[in-house]
Design a protein around this ligand. Structure first.
Ligand code: B12
Ligand code: SF4
Length: 468
């Protein structure tokens, strides 16, 4: 058996991305954040004796056609495609269509395929299966089963066509969520050198995932639809020792000095989570590790004391998902954060000297034009009315005021907007109407501006793209 296993080759592909620029044909987005899903899966498969090659299409800037060509150049038994983002699903769909007729099993996985597995299996009849949820335990099992000519209907965590039920799409029970994250092997990083030497210094970072899941309940988010497929606690964390051991390995083996925590909820919305964050900082300091890092966080988790020790340990930038610019939006988005917490979080990060970044989800179907002036009031209040501080704080705004609500399949907001008769499109990509006609006009005006701006940015990015 061991011999058979050692001969199994899995090709893991990160599906191509394109932000949908109006003149972006053939201009595929080069993912600047290192994606860890394929690395974790590759490490789990290798531990089971399966040999794995990773193709990182977003970083290479490959579109669906080129990705297909690269896939066909390789020798493999099973191809697994990682397609987390609903926003990028059009490119995944194109790739899947181009792979019709491939005489090897094709698996798909990630956030969006987990949530929309029924529709995807229906629309792509040549797809062998969709992996459901986190797949460190199910993927090796599936690959081994396929390579030995077996059927996936007995493998946990798969959506398959049941041959004994007229190819009806059925989902096998998913394994429980992995709680002991320290037991997972560190993700493989065959592209580490490319990320480390990215010509844009802000992007030359290694991603780190120190926890999984989130204790929040934002109504635009799909984290609970994704994780709800497997039993287990919603937030799970690695120990500080395990996180710091990975940092040390990344420094020693690859020379990384810049890191980005990509946790959905670094602090876990609980006292143990905050204590863990402090312990990570203490360990970095006590071991004399010289590093810079950045992280995302909710406004209700910012604390000046934790900020202080994290900054000493190298925290360089904190990205606050403020999301809701008005009281009504806090309610609509289910943020569970008060306006006061947002104001304080912005002020504390700014005063700590850590670089402040934040975003709002401004456009949504229920927006009133009279909300526009309110959008900046949180920042105004955080600045204490000081025009220089206000101007400085505004620099942290990431596309902010002009960013749209993306209605994600499986999110609580999808249901509400559908009930209100405002949802357009289908499970792949939704748009929506507005309840106020004046908002509609303003939205299209801003969208026109945004398009022009993205074309300008696109042109300058094209010039600055790293050679890979
Ligand atoms: C890095 C990142 C990005 C990077 C992408 C970089 C890259 N090179 O690809 C960037 C910054 C571009 C990005 C952008 C966006 N992102 Co983002 N991003 C992430 C983030 C923080 C980390 C991804 C990661 O490394 N995860 C760690 C791995 C281990 O987890 P995983 O991907 O889930 O993988 C597991 C399973 O999914 C499964 N699996 C994965 N692949 C496969 C393949 C097979 C074959 C199988 C069987 C299983 C399987 O097994 C894996 C191991 O357990 C996640 C949050 C998170 N922590 O996951 C959000 C996340 C993926 N992003 C999200 C969103 C919403 C966005 C944006 C839409 C945000 C916005 N409003 O603009 C944009 C999309 C672009 C756009 N505007 O059109 C959502 C996805 C929601 C959805 N349903 O689509 C997430 C989940 C965050 C959230 N909770 O809302 N993002
Ligand atoms: S805090 Fe982030 S990950 Fe958590 S529910 Fe809200 S949007 Fe989703």
């Amino acid at each position: 058996m061991a011999d058979t296993i050692s001969k199994v080759n899995l090709l893991l592909v990160s599906a191509p991305h394109n932000f949908g620029w109006p003149w972006g044909k053939g201009n595929f987005y080069r993912g600047f954040y290192e994606y860890l899903g394929t690395g974790y899966l590759a490490a789990a498969c290798e531990r089971e004796g399966i040999s794995v090659e990773i193709l990182d299409a977003p970083f290479r800037g490959w579109g669906p056609k080129q990705t297909r060509e690269e896939i066909l150049k390789r020798d493999f038994d099973v191809v697994g495609i990682s397609a987390n983002w609903q926003q990028f699903f059009p490119q995944t769909a194109e790739l899947l269509n181009l792979l019709r007729g491939l005489d090897k099993p094709v698996l798909l996985g990630g956030h969006f395929p987990t949530i929309a597995h029924k529709e995807i299996m229906r629309d792509f009849p040549h797809l062998t299966a969709v992996g459901i949820g986190e797949a460190e335990s199910s993927l090796p099992n599936a690959v081994r089963t396929l390579a030995s000519g077996g059927n996936l209907s007995d493998v946990p965590g798969m959506a398959v066509r049941a041959q004994d039920r007229h190819d009806q799409i059925v989902r096998t029970e998913a394994n429980p969520l992995c709680v002991d994250l320290d037991n997972l092997p560190f993700p493989l990083r065959p592209q580490a050198e490319m990320y480390r030497t990215n010509k844009n210094p802000g992007l030359a970072a290694a991603s780190l995932l120190s926890s999984r899941g989130c204790g929040g309940h934002c109504t635009f988010c799909t984290i609970h639809a994704f994780q709800g497929v497997s039993p287990g606690p919603r937030w799970r964390a690695r120990s500080p020792e395990n996180v710091v051991a990975e940092i040390e390995m990344l420094q020693k083996d690859f020379g990384f000095t810049h890191f980005r925590f990509v946790d959905e909820d670094f602090f876990g919305r609980c006292p143990e989570g905050r204590e863990r964050a402090i312990e990570i900082a203490r360990l970095i300091l006590s071991r004399g590790i010289k590093m810079r890092f950045e992280l995302y966080c909710r406004a209700d988790e910012v604390d000046p004391d934790i900020l202080k020790i994290l900054k000493e340990a190298g925290l360089e930038m904190m990205y606050l998902s403020l999301d809701a610019p008005t009281e009504e939006d806090i309610e609509l988005y289910g943020k569970g954060t008060t306006r006061q917490q947002m104001v304080e979080a912005v002020r504390w990060v700014y005063e700590s000297g850590v670089k402040l970044a934040y975003s709002f989800i401004f456009w949504h179907p229920y927006r009133r034009l009279s909300d526009i002036p309110k959008a900046f009031s949180i920042i105004d209040e955080a600045s204490g009315g000081n025009p220089k501080v206000y101007a400085d704080m505004l620099k942290g705004l990431e596309t902010g005021i002009i960013s749209d609500l993306i209605v994600l399949t499986g999110s609580p907001l999808e249901e509400k907007i559908r009930r209100d008769g405002l949802l357009r499109g289908d499970y792949r990509q939704y748009t929506y109407g507005f309840t106020h006609t004046s908002t509609r006009a303003a939205y299209f005006f801003v969208r026109g501006y945004k398009r022009i701006r993205s074309v300008v940015q696109n042109l300058s990015n094209t010039r600055q793209r790293p050679k890979v």
